[in-house]
Design a protein around this ligand. Structure first.
Ligand code: FES
Length: 211
C-alpha cells in the first residue's frame, strides 16, 4: 500500500494511503480527542465532534476521523478554532453526563477524564445548564453493570456487538431520549447476551463496567 508523508503539529509522519488523519495521528503518538471513532468501520459516524483539527489551506477545521491523509498535508491539532469547536462539543456532552468520578467504577479509566485534561476543561464545568437523565441501571448481568446515564452514545458497544455476530445492542429513540439498549429492551440477565464482555472493553466511560 502507498505511503503518505505529512506533518502534524510540526512532526513529520508517514501513514498509509486511505488512513484518516485521526488514526495517522494516534498511530504516531499524537493525541486527538475522540469518542465515536472505530478503526475498522469504513464510514465513521463523526457524531462526537471532538476531533477537530486545522489543515493548512482549508478555510475551516475538519473532523480528523473523516479526513483522509494527503501527501504534504500540514495539520495543526491545537489551532484556536479547532479547539474552540472541540471544547464546546465536550462541554455540551458534560452537560448531560453525571460527573461523580469518586463513586464511579471507571474512575481513572475513563476517556472523559483524559479528554478534559487534554483540553484543559474541568469535568464539573457549568458553561451549559446541566440536564441529567434518570434512567434505570441494569445490573442483571452476572458479568457487568450497564448504566445508560453514563453512556455518551459513541456507538462502540453497538459496533462490537455486531462484530460478535449478535447485533444484540442498538440505538433506540432520538435526540435527548436516544439510548443504547438491548433488542426488545430486555434486561441483560434475561436476554440472549453472550456475556462476551466486549462492550465493557470498548466503553470509554463507566456506562459498561465489570462487576
Ligand atoms: S471521533 Fe471524530 S467526530 Fe467523533
Amino acid at each position: 500500500m502507498k505511503t503518505i508523508s505529512l506533518t502534524i503539529d510540526g512532526k513529520e509522519i508517514t501513514a498509509r494511503e486511505g488512513d484518516s488523519l485521526l488514526w495517522a495521528a494516534l498511530d504516531n503518538g499524537i493525541y486527538i480527542p475522540n469518542l465515536c471513532a472505530i478503526r475498522d468501520k469504513t464510514e465513521p459516524s463523526a457524531s462526537c465532534r471532538l476531533c477537530f483539527v486545522e489543515v493548512e489551506g482549508y478555510r475551516q477545521p475538519v473532523t480528523a476521523c473523516t479526513e483522509p491523509v494527503r501527501e504534504g498535508m500540514v495539520v495543526n491539532t491545537k489551532g484556536p478554532e479547532a479547539l474552540r469547536l472541540a471544547c464546546t462539543a465536550f462541554e455540551l456532552l458534560l452537560a448531560t453526563h453525571p460527573v461523580d468520578c469518586a463513586h464511579c467504577l471507571a474512575n481513572r479509566n475513563c476517556e472523559l477524564q483524559n479528554i478534559a485534561a487534554h483540553l484543559g476543561i474541568k469535568l464539573k464545568t457549568d458553561r451549559f445548564k446541566k440536564i441529567l437523565r434518570e434512567l434505570p441501571v441494569d445490573d442483571s448481568s452476572p458479568l457487568f453493570i450497564y448504566d445508560p446515564n453514563k453512556c455518551v452514545l459513541c456507538g462502540r458497544c453497538v459496533w462490537v456487538c455486531q462484530q460478535q455476530g449478535t447485533g444484540f445492542l442498538g440505538f433506540a429513540h432520538r435526540g435527548f431520549e436516544r439510548v443504547v439498549t438491548t433488542f426488545g429492551d430486555e434486561p441483560f440477565g434475561e436476554s440472549e447476551c453472550l456475556e462476551c464482555g466486549e462492550c465493557v472493553n470498548v466503553c470509554p466511560t463507566g456506562a459498561f463496567v465489570l462487576k
